[in-house]
Design a protein around this ligand. Structure first.
Ligand SMILES: *Cc1c(COP(=O)(O)O)cnc(C)c1O
Length: 242
């Protein structure tokens, strides 16, 4: 059977409705975890979404968006209404592409090696800026995923703290796919524990303000376990079809 064609207005109405639901869920989960809903940042994950639709989401009040690929980020960059919206790099970043995005992104969420961090610091220094980053943790220790293993996190942070033009603001993770809500929570709780442990160590130049965990299928569990930033794609824009 042929799928009914959606008009631009249908798509926009759907995004508006989705956003309302997500905000309500975020708010309830924040309150349930004893926190102020305003302390949770909602980031729209915009991979494969055209600039016009992203700009519509921004017009609805979305003020943080994240792209996964340097090429895609650059191809949309000039068309995005970024006056009141921060652009994040949330996907795996190759060292040789760092120079293309420095100065364009507010936060690089996917730093997982000293090599990548050194390049970010070097290029930032050349541009007279300091770039803020999160460290991506491979919390499930999955072979095919990027991110530093939990047991290597402290050493990486200590090395990064020596770099001049990079500032660590927190941690990011993409956990394994779990069916059970309790499994999801257990994994997020592990991340939160790492986050708190590192915060208590008070390492120079290393802040733990942002814990970026939670996506469309698990953002409620993530918030219940301490997430301060959720990255939501399909629950907002619909299944990726663009
Ligand atoms: C795609 C993506 C998301 C959002 O995923 P959804 O399941 O569609 O919400 C979040 N974070 C990263 C790093 C992503 O690549």
């Amino acid at each position: 059977m042929m799928e009914k064609l959606l008009t631009d207005n249908d798509v926009k109405k759907k995004i508006e409705d989705n956003l309302k639901i997500i905000k309500e869920n975020v708010c309830n989960a924040a309150l349930k975890s004893g926190r102020n809903p305003n302390d949770i940042t909602l980031l729209a994950a915009t991979k494969t979404v055209p600039s016009s639709i992203i700009n519509y989401a921004i017009s609805l009040g979305i003020d943080n968006i994240g792209e996964n690929k340097v090429q895609e980020l650059l191809s949309k960059y000039d068309d995005l209404s970024l006056n009141n919206c921060n652009l994040h790099m949330i996907g795996h970043l190759q060292t040789n592409k760092v120079k293309k995005i420095i100065g364009k992104v507010k936060l690089i969420q996917s730093v997982d090696s000293i090599k990548l961090a050194s390049e970010i610091s070097k290029i930032s220094l050349q541009n007279n800026i300091i770039t803020e980053v999160l460290i991506e943790v491979n919390i499930g220790k999955e072979e095919k995923k990027s991110g530093v293993f939990p047991e290597n996190l402290l050493e990486l942070l200590e090395n990064i703290s020596e770099l001049k033009a990079i500032k660590v603001k927190g941690l990011m993770a993409i956990p394994p796919i779990y069916e059970e809500s309790s499994q999801k929570r257990k994994c997020f709780s592990k991340m939160n524990k790492l986050f708190i442990d590192i915060k208590e160590k008070k390492i120079d130049n290393i802040n733990m303000d942002i814990l970026s965990v939670g996506m469309s299928d698990d953002y409620v569990e993530a918030i219940l376990e301490g997430s301060t930033m959720v990255r939501i794609g399909s629950a907002l824009f619909g299944k990726r079809k663009w």
